[in-house]
Design a protein around this ligand. Structure first.
Ligand SMILES: [Zn+2]
Length: 402
């Protein structure tokens, strides 16, 4: 048992053990309470520099690839406010999920897990494959039959066992839930895997160290909702231990099709059943595939964070996302996956509505690198030049600055 953290059910308060993944009495999601750390890093650290506020025993060696410590870059040409990009694409497998999955595999090591299973076609599967290789644990990744081969290749390179099931994601998740205790279930859904859900807190710790304060607004493109909820808990930790005296307002950005949080916040919905009634059909296409959830699995925790922080839930349309997917690399030098483009589109919408003021300090989470998903860009061909091309021809191609 760990000494710096106590584990209990968020619903009924019953104490839980490190081996538990949900409440043994009511099935509720587990939460964590920490002793106030005796020391705190004076410089922006990486994930495991903040181990005093993470829920695994201090004597277990972390399963790490050096995740965290990502750049906070000032917006260059986008002047809706004083905007900073938190560039999570700099993580080992190119997304913020590495923070959570490093924790999941360290928890798996702490309880002596012997093999790992996960259902994912995206960032979580890729991160699991990499951290399984690092941990020396066999890892099975299940995905629906129609998953493109490009998604599987990097996972196979990490040595994961990748299987395509002739079925839907939902059926695969049911199958995983029926596996016995010899399997560790890796997931970034807090109800299934609570330990990893503390990983995103480290984003807040780093931002406070990088800015020297909390921002006025923290904008997160929301897929599952766990990242936003975790970042909010991280800021609450920082206030509790006296590193900040005020909290940011959290903002979720979804697409206009998949906007369960926007509707949920506006209508005061507070149960998954209520959210399921307003959920969009997941067959609707969007370029921002990470945001495609009829109901984000961690929607209730995300909604609680939005309410507690007096934040905002907004949605942006497909055109705005496509536009910012091209503007971020061209104007800011940041090539992000399409779902990240929802963040600047969301800031633009909030600024236009007068909610974000020009002097406000805004941090936007750029969740993942676009280098992993170049196929999302429009078709393009290079300028064709003949073998006889001359230096003068090249001179005409490129304008000079200054
Ligand atoms: Zn309980």
């Amino acid at each position: 048992m760990t000494s710096h953290v106590s584990i209990s059910c968020r619903a009924c308060g019953l104490a839980a053990a490190l081996r538990d993944t949900r409440c043994r009495a009511c099935g509720g999601t587990l939460g964590f309470a920490y002793e106030t750390p005796a020391r705190w890093p004076s410089h922006p650290g990486r994930v495991w520099d903040y181990a005093d506020l993470l829920p695994v025993p201090r004597d277990v060696a972390p399963v790490t690839l050096g995740e965290g410590g990502t750049p906070l870059v000032a917006a260059h040409r986008f002047d809706a406010a004083r905007i900073w990009w938190k560039c999570e694409g700099a993580n080992p497998t190119g997304s913020q999920k590495d923070r959570a999955i490093s924790l999941a595999f360290t928890h798996a090591r702490a309880i002596g897990a012997r093999r790992v299973a996960v259902a994912s076609t995206g960032s979580v599967g890729l991160a699991c494959a990499a951290y399984a290789a690092r941990a020396g644990l066999p890892c099975m990744i299940l995905m629906p039959r129609d998953t493109p081969a490009e998604r599987m290749k990097p996972m196979l390179a990490f040595g994961a066992i990748v299987a395509a099931v002739d079925s839907t994601f939902e059926t695969i998740e049911h199958l995983l839930r029926a596996l016995d205790d010899s399997w560790y279930q890796a997931s970034t859904i807090a109800a299934l895997s609570p330990y990893q859900s503390e990983g995103p807190k480290t984003i807040a710790y780093e931002v406070v160290a990088q800015l020297g304060r909390a921002p006025d607004w923290f904008v997160v493109p929301v897929g599952g909702g766990g990242t936003l909820a975790g970042i909010w808990r991280g800021f609450q930790d920082m206030q509790r231990i006296g590193r900040i005296d005020r909290l940011p307002r959290m903002v979720s950005v979804q697409t206009t099709t998949f906007n369960a949080l926007e509707i949920g916040l506006a209508r005061g919905l507070s149960t998954m059943a209520e959210l399921a009634e307003i959920a969009a059909d997941e067959s609707h296409p969007t370029i921002a595939r990470n945001l495609k959830h009829g109901v984000p699995p961690d929607a209730l925790a995300a909604l609680a964070a939005l309410r507690e922080s007096d934040g905002a839930a907004i949605s942006v349309d497909e055109q705005a996302i496509r536009s910012w997917h091209l503007r971020l690399p061209a104007e800011e030098g940041i090539f992000a996956e399409p779902s990240c483009a929802a963040a600047p589109a969301g800031i633009e919408a909030l600024a236009a509505a007068g909610r974000i003021k020009p002097d406000d300090v805004v941090v936007a989470l750029v969740t993942g690198s676009g280098l992993r998903e170049p196929g999302a860009l429009p078709p393009a061909t290079p300028i064709a030049l003949p073998a006889s091309v001359s230096p003068a021809d090249l001179d005409r191609l490129v304008p000079r600055v200054g």
